[in-house]
Design a protein. Sequence first.
Length: 378
Amino acid sequence: MSDIVVIGGGIVGVSIAHELAKRGENVTLFEKRYIGSGSTFRCATGIRQQFGDEANIQVMKRSVELWKKYSEEYEFPFDQTGYLFLLYSEEEVEDFKKNIALQNKFGVPTRLITPEEAKEIAPLINIDEVIAASWNPTDGKADPFFAVTAFARKAKEYGAKIYEYTEVKDILVEKGEIKGVKTNRGFFKADIVVNAANAWAPLINIMAGIPIDIPIRPYKHQSIITQPIERGSIKPMVISFRHHDAYITQTHHGGVIGGIGLEYGPTYDLTPTYEYLKEVTKTLPQIVPALKNLRILRMWAGYYAKTPDSNPAIGRIEEIDQLYIAAGFSGHGFMMSPAVGEMIAELIIKGRTHLPIWWYDPYRFERGELREKAIQMG
Ligand SMILES: Cc1cc2nc3c(=O)[nH]c(=O)nc-3n(C[C@H](O)[C@H](O)[C@H](O)COP(=O)(O)OP(=O)(O)OC[C@H]3O[C@@H](n4cnc5c(N)ncnc54)[C@H](O)[C@@H]3O)c2cc1C
């Protein structure tokens, strides 16, 4: 049986290892630090199907089915508390009407609602200038810590080997065929390698000697969390493009998590900035005024591993037999991960997948066939 190596122990690598091990494959995952330590633990928990193109809508519909199934089976929190996009102009409403029609076509029950209905769903929001909202009650949020830990635990139960603090330093390729990986713990034989290193994926591509640049670049994104407040105070993920692409929701622990789209990069630096703190404290209370009275407990930064069209690169690398990539999630990799695990497992085992993986073709950049930009929010 083939030896499959997955590089990267974020939610994507762990989901891939889990799906492969579940199907009886022989899989080993290497993570240079600890499981979840990359972008995964820094993410804002959001899971949505409200995209503007057919592929992402279908993939996210499947992902939500899997979030539901696995959260029940493995007992970790996934709450379908919805996503609420607040709309402030006729132009925004027209755009969202198109997206909603497409989402409905694929069975995602998004609706355009009035500001008053939005206020009923999230009573703490300010609707003074809101003219409508896009609402899908089947979107939701999951706890990244519990999710990634549960998938890793299950992957191991199915027989996957997971090595933490094990960094892949090189990939041995002979005549276009993978022979193994060199790590700080020595050499491991491999027939198949999956690059799930997200922000570090370009470095893995260089190790494998792939002849094209798959343009994934790290951008610094920050987030804040407040002191805990009464649970259920802000149930959905609330989004406003009008306010610097802001997102706000309440975590499972009761704190309010939020952020804006002020980004820095490309950079591997992750130091939080004062400029961001000033901007975020000014912006978020315009959407939820009660935030003015809450203490910010922490702020932190993580990577959006971005591509030019904000869609990931998922698929086979043609020049090297049995090298796969699933990286460049551009700020929405947490939500996509269960479906990505399924796609890569099917691709390796059967050579194809029922989901529209072609949309994420790693060669589209080289060919100049960029996709419609994916909605890149929370
Ligand atoms: C502030 C913020 C908010 C976000 N909010 C959301 C959200 O609401 N919803 C959503 O879906 N997404 C969100 N995201 C994006 C989400 O966090 C990422 O898309 C997702 O975590 C990517 O998962 P991953 O497994 O691909 O990458 P990562 O979690 O970064 O995992 C990659 C792993 O590879 C490891 N690695 C790298 N190189 C090597 C090597 N040579 N050898 C071994 N291991 C290696 C790293 O240590 C790392 O753990 C947010 C991100 C940020 C920063």
